[in-house]
Design a protein around this ligand. Sequence first.
Ligand SMILES: O=C(CO)[C@H](O)[C@H](O)COP(=O)(O)O
Ligand SMILES: [Fe+2]
Length: 234
Amino acid sequence: MNTTPNRLIIAPSLLAADFARLGEETRAVEAAGADWLHLDIMDGHFVPNITFGPLVVKALRKHTAMPMDVHLMIAPVDPYIAAFAEAGADNISVHPESGPHLHRTLQLIRSLGKKAGVVLNPATPVDAIAHVMDLIDIIMVMTVNPGFGGQAFIASQLSKIATLRQMIDDTGRDIILQIDGGITPATAPKVLEAGADCLIAGTAVFGAPDYAQAISALRAARPRQLPELTVSGG
Ligand SMILES: O=C(CO)[C@H](O)[C@H](O)COP(=O)(O)O
Ligand SMILES: [Fe+2]
């Protein structure tokens, strides 16, 4: 049985925004009905692309009340977590492969008062987090290989999403299950049916002519009508 919590969080990924107008783009998706802002941090080492760092996150903090959902694709990751926390991140998510001690990294994020997330690459098994579930607030499933926006959705991850939904439900805790990569109105129903409760979408939102319409199209992908989510700002 799918016991997805009664919510749907839409988190546009700034990776697909106009990088010359990041503040404006952030305000635009907030006005268009986004719940969270997803920020992809890439170092050209852990992934083959480079984006931006804590200075940009701090600058954007002033432009939005949305929770800032920071996805760290950097290695080593531990030395930079405090900087992103101080910059105004609300959620800090890391890949298990980006440091030798995932348990310690999650403790560090929690100690800074932030939601701690773990991101699973397409080839990373769910076992990677089985013994740290008590320290996790967010699980992010990559449905593309990390590093670039605009890639095709990897359907083999649907069974992983369903397995994680069950693992989360077994904890009895409110862990948010996010999906990142290739999310469109066509793929969103599949991941929601599998048990996701947060959709991260870059190209499908920032690549659309009308952001509000794009976000509505993702919300309409819910397999059944659920009450609207209320999320607090950061
Ligand atoms: O983490 C990411 C890539 O590493 C991005 O969040 C993701 O790719 C979103 O972009 P799109 O919706 O265009 O696939
Ligand atoms: Fe991301």
